[in-house]
Design a protein around this ligand. Structure first.
Ligand code: AMP
Ligand code: ZN
Length: 480
């Protein structure tokens, strides 16, 4: 019999810029830390690509038999408007603009992020670690490394990046690039040095501030991930994830802190993995310019959120992905096809897939996911399984369930009705549409084409696209 899970799991490690076999630190376990959102605004769909990726990685590790412990943090303090210690605290800034308590702002946007997590079928991690819950541990960590690795300026405590071996190895910065990086803080010894603790300027108060050996203030952004990953996953742990931008500043700084704290060259995680960006045709995705692409906007326009998940899976996580409404529409059609193809076996009693055609497909699926999460190929294999005819229904259902547990498209639970998301702007109801379509059918049967065309025009005027002869039998679609 074909061994359906024989491929060794290989993952691309940004540290070595190469594919490596995954060997866990603790046998049988996989411990993963993902840099979470900064909760001063809604996440855009680009941010959510980072969590679809981390979730797909986690699902793959579970599927490969590892006991997964996943941590995602919530950055509710310390991330400045610029990654390199310049600008204001993003949360303090949002609170000032909105004249609200910073704690309320963090809570509101954390909940909005969790709603997106749910909509995209991202599994709950074992821990959501909240940065402000760990400030005493951060101060302890800073105290432990302060003498040997830090220096104090009026504005705070800074990490001296020359005190650790090979600083920036993850980013592969040559010294030239390092020198040219912006250096907005007076008195820093080297441009790459970064804040461990930011003192509240004299005469000011911040909504979030704590006492420390370096005065009242707030922790630097990078500190939280070093502290929380070690507290929850141990040192070292298996995999640290984030968007590709984190490969340049945030993660090199976390690594430097980890080296200092462990008095070794250990980076803290065996694998550092980074997803590439979702971009718009006009360039970088942004929360402020143009149309703010949030998951909720996709839903408001009538797209099921899992169409966006599928869109993410259509690209390899290390490739840039360009967002377009047409692309999302195509992903929705693909999702509908999959759901319709899976529908006939949905209620079958699940059975172990032992049919050779299924075991061969499952082995290919295993090879694709084990090859650095090759989701584009895995998706086509899922489609092949869904389209299979003359096969035991229970076995087919069993095979689809195995694949869908990894890809997370909810194929066997969402149905036609759920996929018809009602655009927010729509005024006509589903019942009204169905009633008009019935009258139209009757008119056509009676060869009264004038009446049938008039009814169709009524529907178009109400924002309904009539899809005569749609191969999926979809019949109509409400346009946003
Ligand atoms: P932030 O809330 O800005 O800290 O970002 C949350 C996560 O989203 C981080 O892992 C970022 O690296 C990632 N990220 C930011 N922009 C994008 C994008 N356009 N595409 C994919 N990932 C992104
Ligand atoms: Zn982080």
């Amino acid at each position: 019999m074909t061994d359906v899970s024989a491929s060794p799991l290989r993952l691309f490690n940004s540290l070595t810029r190469s594919l490596e076999n995954f060997e866990p630190v603790h046998p049988g376990e996989a411990r993963v830390y993902s840099c979470g959102p900064t909760v001063y605004n809604y996440p855009h769909i680009g941010n959510m690509r980072a969590y679809v990726f981390a979730d797909t990685l986690g699902r793959t590790l579970s599927y490969k038999g590892y006991k997964l412990t996943h941590v995602i943090n919530i950055t509710d303090v310390g991330h400045l408007t610029d990654d390199a210690d310049a600008g204001e605290d993003k949360l303090e800034k949002a609170a000032a603009e909105k004249a609200q308590s910073i704690w309320d702002i963090a809570k509101h946007y954390t909940e909005a992020y969790w709603a997106d997590v749910k909509a995209l079928n991202i599994r709950q991690p074992a821990h959501w670690s909240i940065a402000t819950d760990y400030v005493p541990q951060m101060i302890e960590f800073a105290r432990a490394i302060a003498d040997k690795h830090c220096y104090e300026l009026e504005s705070g405590l800074y990490f001296d990046t020359t005190t650790v071996a090979d600083y920036g190895r993850l980013a592969r910065h040559g010294t030239d690039e390092g020198e040219s990086r912006i250096d907005p803080v007076d008195g820093k010894r080297a441009p790459a040095d970064f804040a461990i603790w930011r003192k509240t300027p004299a005469g000011e108060t911040r909504q979030m501030e704590w006492d420390s050996p370096w005065g009242r203030g707030a922790p630097g952004w990078h500190l939280e991930c070093s502290v929380m990953s070690e507290a929850l996953l141990g040192f070292p742990f298996d995999i640290h994830t984030g968007g590709i931008d984190h490969r340049e500043i945030h993660h090199p700084n976390e690594i430097a802190q980890n080296q200092a704290h462990s008095c070794s060259d250990a980076s803290g995680a065996r694998f550092w993995m980074h997803n590439n960006f979702l971009v718009e045709r006009s360039g970088k995705m942004s929360k402020s310019s143009g149309e703010f692409l949030r998951v909720q906007l996709l839903i408001d326009k009538g797209y099921h959120p899992l169409a966006y998940r599928l869109m993410c899976l259509q690209a390899h996580y290390r490739s840039e992905l360009e967002f377009s409404w047409d692309g999302l529409g195509a992903a929705l059609t693909r999702l509908k096809r999959l759901v319709m193809a899976a529908a006939p076996v949905r209620d079958a009693e699940p059975a172990e897939p032992v049919d050779r055609r299924l075991t061969e497909l499952l082995a290919k699926f295993d090879a694709a996911m084990s090859d650095d999460l090759n989701t584009p190929v895995a998706l086509t294999l899922l489609e092949e399984a869904a389209a299979m005819k003359k096969i035991d229904a229970g076995q087919k259902r069993g095979a689809l369930a195995v694949m869908d547990a990894v890809l997370g498209l909810d194929l066997l639970t969402i149905d036609r009705a759920a996929l018809r998301v009602r655009p927010k702007a729509a005024t006509i109801t589903e019942e009204e549409i169905e009633a008009i379509l019935t009258r139209r059918k009757e008119a056509r049967a009676a060869k009264d084409f004038a009446a049938s065309d008039a009814l169709r025009d009524d529907l178009i005027a109400a924002g309904v696209e009539v899809m005569d002869g749609d191969p999926l039998g979809w019949d109509w679609r409400l346009e946003a």
